[in-house]
Structures are given as structure tokens and as C-alpha cells.
Design a protein around this ligand. Sequence first.
Ligand code: DAH
Length: 338
Amino acid sequence: MSIINLEMKETALKRIEESTNVLEIEQVRVELLGKKGTITELSKKMKEISNEEKREFGQKLNELRDSIIEAIENKKEILKNIEQLSKLKDETLDISLPGRKVNKGGEHPITQTTNYLKEIFMNMGFDVSEGPEIEKTEYNFDALNIPESHPSRDYQDTFYIKENEVLRTHTSPVQVRYMLENKPPFRMIAPGKVYRSDYDISHTPMFHQLEGLMVGENISFANLKAILTEFVKKVFGETKVRFRPHFFPFTEPSAEMDVECVICKGQGCRLCKNSGWLEIMGCGMVDPEVLKAVGYDHEKYTGFAFGMGIERVTMLRFGIDDLRAFFENDVRFLRQFN
Ligand code: DAH
């Protein structure tokens, strides 16, 4: 019997040959080889055929299927290439055009300096801690031995949220929080944002400080000098430093630390107001009243503390003479630090 004949093959191959695009050839494939396709239907006839003819039928069917599959694959490949070529012809691509520039962001100089200072203290064994920017007056003032009458409590300098809650005016309350949660000996720093109701050429209502505290047995002013002198050397290189007596409610004795002016090297200039020195931080031995406030044995433990303005350190590091540059976010300024 000859259900399968030459004519069938020719018809199928002709259908394939005449397809003009990839979509059409896919339709033809379904018509011939799909679930209800001609070839599939044909193979269902197998069971109606006598045993003697089965072998020949099977062979012919396979041959037919193979040649159809091959023809479809070939045609598909050709059509794909043609479609691609015509697509390329339509798309005019000028490979000599310069590429689009990607603008890369970078860390703000204040962030860079903060990370740099953290790194230095971490290498000297200091733990890094943080506290909230909305702070209890109890931690911002009372526990730090700042009396009711102290001018820094004034409503003019401090942003009050409630009667007993402020935007912290310094990072020193993190000292209190850290001491309440840790036992001496320890050394820690606390960088962060602080707020004061102040706005002029050299003051902004928000700025950054880095606080430090080291408490243990037999901690002395000599330890303070050693650590802070080493710190200054790391940031500003080999340079002269000096400690000037000062007053802070939370340290006794207290000092301000100066470095030799980075501009005039001590000769006197506008930046150092002709003194040859630049103040870079406040420091001192932790006042026993502060140790008492957090329940430490002030007979057994002593400590030193320090606090510096990160904007100021950044200005001296990079030779920036206007504080406002940090907050205006002019990309021409910021890009210089990428
Ligand atoms: N909290 C002080 C301020 O904001 C800075 C300061 C001075 C912090 C002396 C200290 C210190 O820890 O010992 O001006």
C-alpha cells in the first residue's frame, strides 16, 4: 500500500521552501509535525496496517519525517539570517560616537574624614559606638555635670524637642550611654551629628563631632597626651602640639589641644589669627562627678575624654576655608574628593 508517496514529500518540502519568515516556518512545522500535524496523523495509521507492510511503512514514515525536520531546520536558519541582516540594515549604528559618560558618586569629605579618624582610633584599640541624635537632657547635660545654669542649656543654643528631650548639642552623651552599658577598662570613640541653634560664616545648625573616652585604673593625663599626640601625628604628620588649660564641666583638669598652623607652620597668618596655632579639640580627665553619675567607683577608676569637630579637622586636612562648602552640595566642590 502506498499511503506515503513521493507527492506527499514534495508538497511538504514545497510548503517549507515557500515560507518567507520565521513565523511562517513555525506554522508549517506545527501543521506537519505538531500534535495534529499531517505526519503525526500518518503515524497513527500504523495500527491499521498489516504486519507484512508495517516495516516498509515505518521506514518510509521515518525517512519522510527526517527529511521534513532537516528541511525545516535549514530553512529556519536561512530565514533567521535574512531577518537579522535586514534588521542590521535598518539600524544605523555609529560606532565612532563617543560613549555616554557615567557619573560616579563618591563619599562626602565629612564621611571620608569620619572613616579616616575611626580607622586611626580603631587601630589604637578604640571601640566605635553611636548614640541617638534625639537625646535626653539627663544624658546631654545632667550626667555630664553641666549645671542648670550653664549657658549651653539655654533655649537659644539648644533645639528642645520636649522639656527633657533635645537634639544633642554634642557627642558627649554617648560617653554616658557607653559607661552605663560597659564596665572599665575600655576605650571608645563616638562620631556623629550634633545640633546647635547657631548660623553664621563659621557655624551651621548641624555639624559633626568625634568623641573619645578611655576609662580604667591608673589612667593619667600622660596617657591622654600620648594618645592624642599620636593621633595628631597620624592626621597632620610630624607637627608641634600644645595643651592649653581650659574649662569643661565634665572634665577636670580640662585642656584645649592646639596643632601648629598647617598653613604658616607657626609663623602667623590669617587662618591662625597670627598665633601660629590652631585649636583642634577639647579634652581632659573625666570629672569624678561624671563617673559617679553612671555608678562607677571614682576612687578606683580614672579616665580621659576628648571631643573634636569633624568639619574643622576636614578643613585643615584638605585646606578648605569655607565651612558652608560642606553643606551646599555643589558637585564641583564634591567631585574634588572622589
Ligand atoms: N563636648 C564638648 C563640646 O561640644 C567637646 C569636648 C570637650 C568633649 C572636652 C570632651 C572633652 O569629651 O573632654 O564643645
